[in-house]
Design a protein around this ligand. Structure first.
Ligand SMILES: [Zn+2]
Length: 387
């Protein structure tokens, strides 16, 4: 195994990164090579493994064996705990301009042991504009051993000035069978793994959850019940409100655990022991209210992400209906709903199914441009009924 073993179905990417690691070693021993550079941008759809690729690359740059996946350097780097690897993720909410300046300063440090000082920024598309500007200066004049690894869904998500300074590593949606055999190697029943890989449309993390977490599986079934619930107008509104409420609940479950830990960490950093009647340390109330503001915006974002996932599932259902109507010789994505797909396919025509797919994609776009989720989903549900 190597550090790249967890990258599924991304052979060309692994080859580029392996060459860069070889080049990096050549450079540290006094040579020259264009295969290594100071700024990289990892793009790819959610679940394709952007941050897995970035972490693996960071580890390989620290490993004396070029990324064996087994030594201390590899282990600590993959876990984001290596002294020469800084890992920034939006979960930690540390994306303001002062954090970016802090990162820029750390990237400029000479790395311990003479290797490479790596900063990984997950979800670089969520950096504030000021943070991006602080970053831009660092990308313009990179320190000799500093490496920036930015991750974003696509190159369009970053300012052209940032993007033009990065070498782009584009990950693809991994093939279903590659995802299935990866999950099977983790001990998941091959048949369940095969189904989950298709139902998750190649999204590795989601496929794993569908195969192992009953809540995720039942939430998916609830979403995919919508096409059978939109026969009446009242059914449309009911289905829409159920969907949005469920997305809210699922997102809340994710956020709440994080929120409390973060608040405790802030209180502790101000020396607030929380004793009854004890005076509050100066500044703690302001810091907590600033944190709560950011937590609220994260909760909204998570809810939108969960809802977007549900709409993709719905689009895949109508895709199955369309394939059935056209008699296309392809496997269904939602093979467990074979019967429902067939009966809806028999009730309508391909043109109507295409309009329904368009309605689902329009709802995604509307939510992406900040239309209230319930409004967008209700409009979609009514269009689904009209068929
Ligand atoms: Zn190693």
């Amino acid at each position: 195994m190597t550090v790249f073993s967890d990258l599924i179905g991304q052979e060309p990417v692994v080859e580029t990164l392996t060459n860069a690691v070889t080049a990096a070693r050549l450079i540290t021993s006094g040579g020259e090579s264009a295969a290594m550079t100071h700024a990289w941008l990892f793009t790819g759809p959610p679940g394709s493994g952007r941050s897995v690729a970035a972490r693996a690359f960071a580890a390989a740059l620290q490993c004396p064996n070029g990324g064996c996946g087994e030594c201390h350097e590899c282990h600590t780097a993959l876990a984001g705990a290596h002294a020469n690897v800084d890992l920034v993720s939006t979960d930690k909410l540390s994306y303001g301009v002062s954090d970016a300046r802090d990162l820029v300063a750390r990237a400029a440090l000479a790395p311990a042991g003479g290797g490479w000082q790596v900063v990984i920024v997950e979800d670089a598309d969520r950096l504030t504009e000021q943070a991006l500007n602080a970053l831009l200066k660092a990308l313009e004049e990179p320190p000799p051993r500093g490496v920036w690894l930015l991750c974003a869904p696509s190159t369009e998500d970053l300012l052209p000035t940032i993007r033009s300074r990065c070498r782009v590593i584009a990950l693809r949606v991994p093939p279903y069978d590659a995802v299935a055999s990866y999950l099977a190697r983790e001990g998941i029943d091959p048949q369940v793994a095969g189904f989950a890989a298709r139902a998750a449309q190649g999204h590795v993390g989601r496929a794993r959850r569908l195969a192992t977490d009953p809540t995720a599986a039942s939430w998916r079934r609830e979403v995919l019940a919508m096409p059978t619930q939109v026969a009446t107008i009242s059914g449309c509104f009911e289905a829409a409100s159920t969907l949005v409420a469920a997305a809210k609940a699922e997102a809340a479950a994710v956020s709440e655990a994080l929120d409390e830990d973060e608040k405790a960490a802030v209180r502790q950093s101000y020396g607030d022991l929380g004793g009854r009647g004890a005076p509050k340390p100066r500044g703690v109330a302001g810091a907590i209210s600033e944190l709560e503001k950011r937590q609220r915006s994260r909760a909204t974002r998570t809810q939108r992400d969960v809802l977007d996932r549900a709409l993709l599932d719905l689009a895949s259902f109508y895709r199955d209906v369309l394939m059935t109507q056209l008699g296309a010789p392809v496997d269904l994505i939602n093979s467990d709903l074979n019967q429902t797909v067939r009966s809806i396919a028999n009730e309508t025509y391909p043109e109507a199914t295409l309009r329904r797919i368009e309605a689902v994609l329009a709802a995604r776009e509307a939510i992406d441009t900040n239309v209230a989720p319930l409004l967008a989903v209700e409009a979609m549900a009514v269009t689904l009924r009209a068929g």
